[in-house]
Ligand binder design. Sequence first.
Ligand code: KIV
Length: 271
Amino acid sequence: MHKTIKDITEMKGKEKITVLTGYDSTMVTLCDQVDVILVGDSAGMVMLGYEDTTSVTMEDMIRFTTAAKNAKKNSLIVSDLPINSYKTKEDAITNSLKLIEAGADAVKLEGGKDVAKIIKSITELKIPVMGHLGLLPQTAEKYSVQGKTRENAIQLIEDAKIIVESGVFSMVLEMVTSQVAKIITEKSSVPTIGIGSGKDCDGQVLVVHDMLGLFEKIKPKFAKRYLDLSEEIRNAVKSYVTEVKEQTFPADNNEFQMDETEYNELRKEIV
Ligand code: KIV
């Protein structure tokens, strides 16, 4: 059954929420058993080969959202608003509507107090918004753990309160110390989805290319690798190259044959 926003919010305190990123139909079909598919702007790195998420455009996110929508049967789809797409309330609304039209059930954007009014303008139109606090890849100068000092912890806790008041239905906590993530989770009425933020969050999200061992450029310690697919793919490609060179592929059962009489007639005609 297709998950709804209500299903996700009602899971808080009862059942952990599972989230994986997904940007293409093949992968989303395979991952559709999770509660939420996040069409994240991490697509910029794992799908488009950029260094970070700052070059991702609305056109990119619409295309990835469409691909996810075409495949999913069960999971809720949340799509990232890319950098510069929610600078003004007008931009935020127009671009959120574009992602919803492409098939997203909700949008996600990064920031706390600084984006509170933007979040409110979207949620007032009944478009569900997922917040994102802690490490904010769209604006971070370097990727570092958040909530290590008392001061920073207080700011995160305050930001969480503000975005909940602005109407988010849940929030990602990225690379937040486990203690601070636990406090935010206990104090928030909406589910927290952690990535590198410990086990007390209401749910967990991983970039699917990390958890399958497909992305080799960065290997963050929080991203448990459940498979080593890059190794398997390299081995498969190696076998393919060898078999084509040695002419053991295609084999008889990979070929299509003409009717023999037709073939003999053809040979006579073309010589
Ligand atoms: O873009 C993304 O994949 C994300 C997750 C890392 C939470 O925002």
